[in-house]
Design a protein around this ligand. Sequence first.
Ligand SMILES: Nc1ncnc2c1ncn2[C@@H]1O[C@H](COP(=O)(O)OP(=O)(O)OP(=O)(O)O)[C@@H](O)[C@H]1O
Length: 279
Amino acid sequence: MIEIKNIYKSFKQKDGSDLTVLNNIDFTIKEGEFISLLGPSGCGKSTLLNIVSGLEEANSGEIIIDGSPIKGPGSDRGVVFQEAALFPWLNVLENVKFGLKNKGISESEINETALKYIKKVHLSKFKESYPHQLSGGMRQRAAIARALAMNPKILLMDEPFGALDEQTRMMLHYELQKIWLETRKTILFVTHNIREAVQLSDRIVVFGTQPGRIKEIFEVKAARPRSKNKGYLLELENRILNVLKEEIEKVMKEEMGDEYHFEEGSLPWDPDRDMGSHI
Ligand SMILES: Nc1ncnc2c1ncn2[C@@H]1O[C@H](COP(=O)(O)OP(=O)(O)OP(=O)(O)O)[C@@H](O)[C@H]1O
């Protein structure tokens, strides 16, 4: 269980002032739960994920994992970033083996474990390929295999599919759901894509901005895999979009000035050109 307790975080700005990014973030993630953090750009999603990973420190509040407050990064938490952080000079197998070398296990066990997770993400044919020889989706699959091979209890994913095309993203949604069902890891997943959050999560924590705070938590009550539950999922997407509209407008006004006003129906609408529910 992850307890996120009254997290407050501010950053020093160039002019010396403090920018409050997260204000009183407080919620609990159950063991084996898939939680998404969803919200407009700049609301502090990545900052919260970094605090849970131990890479960033909160000004006040604490993160308690299974009863113990965290004191920094730990092997109980694996992180996958938007850009697969693979070593370019190592091939897929060597990348996945890399972290296992400090675990005090034999070379044959390291090899066996790495190959098992490479197989899980369907990259066995490419185990000797280098990152530059792989597509973006393959690189992300390799990064997921590397994180899973360390067998963390918790997987922290910061927009892992954000830079991928829609088809690859949909395929990886399916794969991630399968992996999650098999391994039952606790997953904390950052996204700004409503559809992605609805497809993958047990619960969606919707953030408001300026400063980042929890606006509403939605539960997704649909069995997996989710493609067949279209009506309910679309209705949920719309409910979440309604909650977010206000926040998105706030961000746009900040960037474009007060003359900005979002008028629904002001764009020519063609359902065949629906590009999904990105915020
Ligand atoms: N190390 C830092 N120093 C100063 N400001 C920071 C730092 N990290 C983040 N910020 C600021 O904190 C705010 C929240 O950033 P964060 O990356 O957490 O938002 P986000 O919701 O993940 O946004 P996005 O979806 O665009 O990645 C932003 O205004 C950002 O500029």
